[in-house]
Design a protein around this ligand. Structure first.
Ligand code: SF4
Ligand code: SF4
Length: 97
C-alpha cells in the first residue's frame, strides 16, 4: 500500500535526477521536455550572439557560412530565455506543433 506523502521518511524517498558521471549532458535530449519552441526571425537578427551565450542548453550555434544562428532541437527545452534576451525580438516562442 502506498504511504501518504507526510508519512514517508527521508530515507524512503526514491532518489531522482542522480548524475553518476561528469560530462554526460549530451546523452540527455532535453528537447523532449519542450511545449514551446523558439522561431527565428532572420530579418530582425543583428547577429549579436546573445542568444547563444544565454541558452542554458547550448542549443543555439552560429552558422558562419549562412550568417545566421541555428537551433539544435534535440537539446532546446523551450525555456524561452533566448527570446527574452534577444534585444531586437528576433526570436518568438510558439506552441509546439
Ligand atoms: S528556448 Fe531555452 S533551451 Fe531553447 S534555445 Fe532558447 S534558451 Fe535554449
Ligand atoms: S539574440 Fe537575437 S539578434 Fe542576437 S544573435 Fe540571437 S537572434 Fe540574433
Amino acid at each position: 500500500m502506498t504511504k501518504a506523502m507526510d508519512q514517508i521518511l527521508w530515507h524512503e524517498v526514491e532518489p531522482g535526477g542522480v548524475i553518476t558521471e561528469p560530462g554526460n549532458a549530451s546523452s540527455y535530449h532535453t528537447g523532449t521536455w519542450r511545449s514551446q519552441k523558439p522561431v527565428y526571425i532572420e530579418e530582425k537578427c543583428i547577429r549579436c550572439s546573445r542568444c547563444i551565450i544565454m541558452c542554458p542548453d547550448a542549443a543555439i550555434r552560429p552558422d558562419y557560412d549562412a550568417n545566421i544562428v541555428t537551433w539544435n532541437f534535440d537539446y532546446c527545452k523551450g525555456c524561452g530565455i533566448c527570446a527574452e534576451e534577444c534585444p531586437v525580438d528576433a526570436i518568438e516562442m510558439v506552441e509546439e506543433g
